[in-house]
Design a protein. Sequence first.
Length: 154
Amino acid sequence: MNTNSLQLLLDRAEITDTVLRFARAFDIKDWDLLRTCLTDEIETDYSDFRGEPPGNLKADEYVTSRSSTLQDVKTQHLSTNHLITIDGDEAICISNAVIYRSLIDRDERYDTYGYYTHTLQKTTEGWKISKIKQTVYWNVGNPLVHGKNRKNTP
């Protein structure tokens, strides 16, 4: 195996680990861990899920928003079938996703099935997510379980 092949395998492993840490951070509500997965500014596209247009924001704002809307929601993010393309210091990871959500102390669920497209940048601290696009195939359950939906309800 030549050096380039070995580096490609190491990069692919680190990219996969970054995407998995990103997902895991939501489930264990480790917002510091979530922040370590992101570049300082990120582009997000959750238009399939929330109907919001894509936008750019500071990573700290993203983390604060997620910690606020998910504070009383238990989640389990599953991330599988990682397809990774690396071009220099940029990579794209497309992965299937299932997000299970349940309100704490209530028997209500809202689950999302789809995939993520994460764009990552190689930094001096390793691979970090610079773009997040969530594509939803379908949702099942009560949409008011998600904190963002409850905040938009009169």
